[in-house]
Ligand binder design. Structure first.
Ligand SMILES: [Zn+2]
Length: 399
């Protein structure tokens, strides 16, 4: 069967398709693993840490000592928890020991956040892109960084993460970014030369999924999926504690999953695919068709919330489609948790009944219930994802 491959090649004739083009596996050392565990699970006792990492108490002490001396790790006070023996002093990260910048690039804007070590947002800002030339984008990110540094008002950031909708190779090269009209652009290299700072470039859904895994709704979970809705529809999957990332990541394959044979058509010609049923432009388009006037996404939410029959019907149909997609994800990957994220996820609160009904009808009655977690619809979650991959990379570089 070569149907899928030939279809892709028709769409993207010069798309690199090398099977070995997935990102390099992240560096792993005992100290890296220690910092990772404390970042994700802290505060955490030395006993639990030693068990999880397979280390002796002496090895853990030796590994953590320089990190405690540098102020990267701290011992938290937990009075009384130690009972009659020595007091338990769980380890945690000093969240303000460093700060990081995350930037999400769209075709029109660079949206940035400054975060602490757990990707909590300290400040945010946005710059309109006048062009998508590499030179202009680098200037815009540089200006954004200056503004965020002023807002945070402390020392230099430790790293910069940038995320784009598209394919990224080796944490630097944007292989394909349709929103920017880019192919094979060394964004990471250009930013590092300009800013003199460690830079990590990532696909936007990968970055958002990493943020949920380490610092968000998926914190500490080994298996879960993420569905994002916004300008398009994205899909991320974490299995056994690691995100699935392959050479096809960034093609947006989850964005065109068939959901409703009677639905509208996406720009690529699929009837009722996930983008056609769930993206902001498509939901607005369906309501506009019904009302005979243009509407924004906020208008749709307000109309549906007030019981407008056209808006409500569209939102409920989208809820049904999302329920089907969640069921398909859970049925095929066997995850029991699905995180819904992105700036277009607001409609879910207005379509809970239709979503639940569709999910139930596509699941075996004896299958475990799917836990659905709904994230923050603020657009800043994308930039926060970019900051999260910068933090992860920095953890890998701690010597
Ligand atoms: Zn489609």
């Amino acid at each position: 069967m070569s149907v899928t491959g030939s279809t892709l090649e028709e769409h993207w004739p010069d798309q690199p398709r090398a099977a070995g083009s997935a990102p390099e596996p992240e560096e792993s050392s005992p100290r890296h693993e220690l910092v990772r565990e404390v970042l994700i699970h802290g505060p955490i006792t030395r006993g639990t840490l030693a068990r999880k990492l397979g280390l002796s108490a002496a090895s853990l002490t030796r590994l953590s000592k320089p990190l405690l001396e540098d102020g990267f790790l701290i011992e938290t006070a937990e009075p009384g928890a130690g009972g009659v023996g020595r007091p338990v002093r769980p380890l945690d990260v000093q969240v303000d020991a460093q700060w990081h910048i995350g930037v999400k690039l769209t075709g029109r804007q660079a949206f940035g956040v400054a975060t602490d070590l757990r990707a909590s947002v300290l400040a945010e800002d946005v710059i309109d892109l006048k062009s998508s030339s590499l030179e202009h984008v680098v200037e815009a990110v540089s200006e954004l960084m200056t503004r965020l540094a002023l807002s945070v008002g402390t020392k230099e950031p430790s790293a910069l993460g940038v995320s784009v909708g598209g394919q990224v190779r080796g944490s630097r090269l944007v292989a394909r970014a349709p929103f920017l009209g880019w192919r094979n652009v060394d964004l990471g290299g250009a930013l590092e030369r300009k800013l003199g700072l460690a830079v990590v470039v990532a696909n936007d859904v990968v970055a958002l999924t990493e943020a949920e895994h380490w610092f968000g709704l998926g914190r500490g979970l080994d298996n879960f999926a993420v569905i994002t809705t916004g300008a398009g529809v994205g899909y991320g999957l974490v299995m056994r504690g690691r995100q699935m990332v392959t050479g096809d990541t960034g093609l947006g394959l989850g964005g065109h999953f068939p959901l409703d044979a009677s639905g509208p058509v996406c720009l690529e010609g699929h009837k009722g695919c996930s983008t056609a049923m769930l993206s902001i432009p498509s939901i607005c388009g369906m309501v506009a068709d019904g009302l005979g006037r243009e509407v924004s996404y906020d208008d749709v939410m307000a109309l549906a919330g007030a019981g407008d029959p056209v808006a409500l019907s569209v939102v409920q149909t989208s809820g049904q489609a999302l329920g089907r997609m969640i069921a398909a994800v859970a049925n095929l990957t066997m995850v029991d948790t699905v995180i819904l994220a992105g700036e277009g996820i607001g409609f879910v609160s207005l379509a809970e009944a239709s979503l639940d009904e569709a999910l139930r009808s596509d699941r075996d009655p004896e299958a475990s219930a799917v836990r659905i977690l709904v994230g923050d619809p603020d657009f800043g979650v994308w930039a926060r994802g970019a900051a999260a991959v910068a933090i992860q990379t920095l953890v890998g570089r701690i010597k």
